[in-house]
Design a protein around this ligand. Structure first.
Ligand SMILES: C[S@@+](CC[C@H](N)C(=O)[O-])C[C@H]1O[C@@H](n2cnc3c(N)ncnc32)[C@H](O)[C@@H]1O
Length: 259
């Protein structure tokens, strides 16, 4: 059950200039923002993360290898954007005929179009849909990944509930997300994320989007709270693995076999 005294921080993403926006307005704003930055997204992603994004996708996908290697496994890459995490997962899929296609969902038409171009002849089905209302039946999937997208959902509780619904009992989630580190790394991170990154982003793409980025990370629950939310949604064996001094990390959890 979701308690009524839940801190506001867990409510979901909000636009920078409208921190009190209703969830539908927030979702619309996120969608338009990603549509607007899609053409420069990959360039900025690699540049501003200094290439570590590639390593993070690779590392997260490798963790899912035992499931990905099963031809019958039904896999969804949620908030797939321009598809780099999807392709990292795809590398572990068998190439045998009859292997279940990898599903890739995003609600930004422009981001997904760029992904679609990259997917080319891969066994991937891109689906334009909202993560909070997936066009999939209950208990359909074996694994769901979400790289740097979950943080943008208008409600984290609703997002986790939807992931829980579409997973089979025993199915897994793997949420790769940015994190706000503490200590000296945190100080350097804040300097870079709040001062330098919005300027570079503003010059090459959109200042608003690259101001939203650190704000959304700041608003996102820290690992202990996020793990609590994951458990409250019904998942078990939740864990968080820190990547690169805690600047990012991978949440993993399983839907109980008994559910
Ligand atoms: C920061 S990008 C990450 C893209 C990709 N996974 C990556 O690692 O580069 C976040 C993506 O989440 C998508 N997104 C945000 N909220 C969504 C929602 N409610 N439903 C579907 N996609 C959503 C955005 O459109 C965007 O493409």
């Amino acid at each position: 059950m979701i308690s009524s005294d839940r801190p506001l921080i867990t409510a979901g993403a909000k636009p920078v200039h409208a921190p009190d926006a209703a969830p539908e307005v927030a979702a619309q704003s996120v969608q338009s923002m990603f549509d607007a930055i899609a053409n420069r997204y990959d360039l900025l992603n690699h540049l501003l993360s200094l290439g570590t994004d590639l390593y993070w996708w690779w590392r997260a996908a490798r963790k899912l290898r035992p499931i990905l290697r099963r031809p019958d496994a039904r896999v969804l890459d949620l908030c797939c954007g321009t598809g780099d995490m999807t392709l990292a997962l795809m590398r572990h899929r068998p190439s045998t005929v009859g292997t279940a296609p990898l599903l890739a969902v995003d609600f930004s038409h422009q981001m997904l179009s760029r992904g679609r171009d990259k997917f080319n002849r891969c066994n991937i089905i891109p689906i334009e849909a909202d993560a909070l209302h997936l066009p999939l039946p209950n208990g359909y999937l074996d694994v769901i990944s979400a790289a740097f997208g979950f943080r943008n959902l208008a409600s984290y509780e609703a997002g986790l509930a939807e992931l829980f619904r579409v997973l089979k009992p025993g199915g897994q989630i793997a949420i790769l997300e940015c994190n706000q580190p503490g200590g000296l790394v945190g100080l350097l991170y804040n300097l870079y994320f709040k001062r330098i990154l919005p300027r570079i982003g503003g010059l090459l793409s959109s200042r608003e989007a690259y101001t939203y980025l650190p704000t959304s990370v700041e608003r996102f629950p820290r690992p202990p709270r996020m793990l609590e939310l994951i458990r409250e949604a019904g998942f078990e064996t939740g864990s968080w693995t820190s990547y690169t001094f805690g600047v990012a990390g991978l949440y993993r959890a399983t839907k109980p076999l008994s559910s």
